[in-house]
Design a protein around this ligand. Structure first.
Ligand code: KG4
Ligand code: ZN
Length: 335
């Protein structure tokens, strides 16, 4: 094997078109992200058809810019890692076709990467992963606890029974009257409020599973009730009450998993890993249980191709390859 491997990662599963070059799975050389937040804002969420059209417009520019930023040419690249799923099918297809074309034309290996493996490996851009580890994956589409005995082996031990935590954040934000994307805005507002509204802590059972639909409904019902009796909700207090309950429910399950699995190393991954409340609660928990904790810096929490290139390196070492028959999948289990 070559001493140094440069992987070009491509990510287009939702509303970010991104390309990145990462050396040996750990060192980011250059990343370009074209975000569509402003495009979807007026609709209150991502509109799939509009998202894929923007990916088509952006993908070539993003790829060219990334190579330019890295001062590299395609001949310097050792493999092309692509998010094949899960995500919006039209969006995924744009990145996948670009990746396949580049791999085929330049004779480079094509490496399929599961989006959540990418979120997990965002951590390897900042810290060496130590095994066995427990990964808490919290994003717009996922809320899971994954056990990893070694590189690129994933065993899901628990997950949400209904909504993902990020989805719940975005819905609550809408009820409170905050703009899309709501998660970061609820987080920010929550720092200005107090936990004055009583909300139920979801699924306090003996499993490693989560549930957020009940909490979401409780917030919606509370807002409607206050509205009906002509009382204005205190936005900051509702944001704070919701955040504390949501974070507590996740942290309770992580405490249980760390103790019962005797974990020594824990990582947090996904868009909601950017949440200040969750970050500080996980730091407190790690201290309490004396485990090593890794949370990626903000720029690696939300969707980006650096995490896909990092995961791609380890997927390559694991022997994973794609060919021209590789297809996008809107749903797929991480394995
Ligand atoms: O990982 P990601 O970029 O996309 C998916 O793969 O889903 O995660 C996006 C999700 C959105 O639901 C967004 O509202 C949420 O992450 N999010 C946050 C924060 N930043 C992003 N939720 C709570 N607090 C934040 N600071
Ligand atoms: Zn994501």
């Amino acid at each position: 094997m070559k001493k140094n491997m440069y992987i070009l990662g491509i990510e287009s599963s939702c509303d970010e078109t991104s390309a990145s070059i990462v050396k040996n799975g750990t060192e980011e050389i250059a990343t370009v992200v074209a975000s569509q937040i402003d495009v979807h804002k007026d609709f209150g969420g991502v509109v799939p058809e509009i998202a894929s059209r923007h990916h088509v417009k952006n993908i070539t520019i993003v790829l060219e810019e990334c190579l330019k930023k890295a001062n590299m040419k395609m001949k310097d690249i050792d493999g092309i890692a692509i998010t094949y799923g899960p995500g919006l099918i039209g969006s995924l297809l744009v990145g996948l076709e670009a990746a396949k074309t580049l791999a085929f034309v330049n004779g480079k290996p094509l490496i399929p990467v599961h989006h959540i493996a990418g979120h997990i490996y965002a951590n390897s851009l900042v810290n060496e992963l130590k095994f066995p580890l427990l990964a808490l994956v919290v994003s717009g589409g996922h809320t899971e606890i994954i056990e990893m005995p070694k590189h690129y082996e994933f065993n899901k031990i628990g997950g949400t029974l209904d909504d993902a935590i990020g989805e719940c954040y975005d819905k609550v934000a809408r009820v409170i009257g905050l703009e899309y994307p709501g998660g970061p805005k609820v987080d920010k507002l929550s720092a200005e409020g107090k936990h004055s509204y009583k909300l139920p802590i979801p699924l306090q059972d003996d499993s490693y599973n989560f549930s957020f639909s009940g909490l979401k409904s409780a917030v919606i019902n509370l807002a409607h009730h206050e509205d009906q009796i002509g009382r204005k909700i205190n936005q900051a207090d509702l944001a704070c009450s919701f955040q504390e309950v949501a974070v507590e429910s996740v942290v309770n399950k992580m405490r249980k998993a760390i103790i019962e699995k005797n974990a020594k190393s824990v990582i947090v991954a996904g868009g909601v890993a950017a949440n200040k409340g969750l970050r500080s609660a996980m730091e407190k928990l790690a201290k309490e249980l004396d485990v090593e904790l890794s949370i990626p810096p903000m720029k690696y929490c939300t969707d980006n191709a650096a995490m896909i290139a990092a995961a791609g390196y380890y997927a390559y070492l694991d022997g994973r390859r794609g060919d021209l028959t590789l297809n996008s999948k809107s749903q797929d289990v991480l394995k």
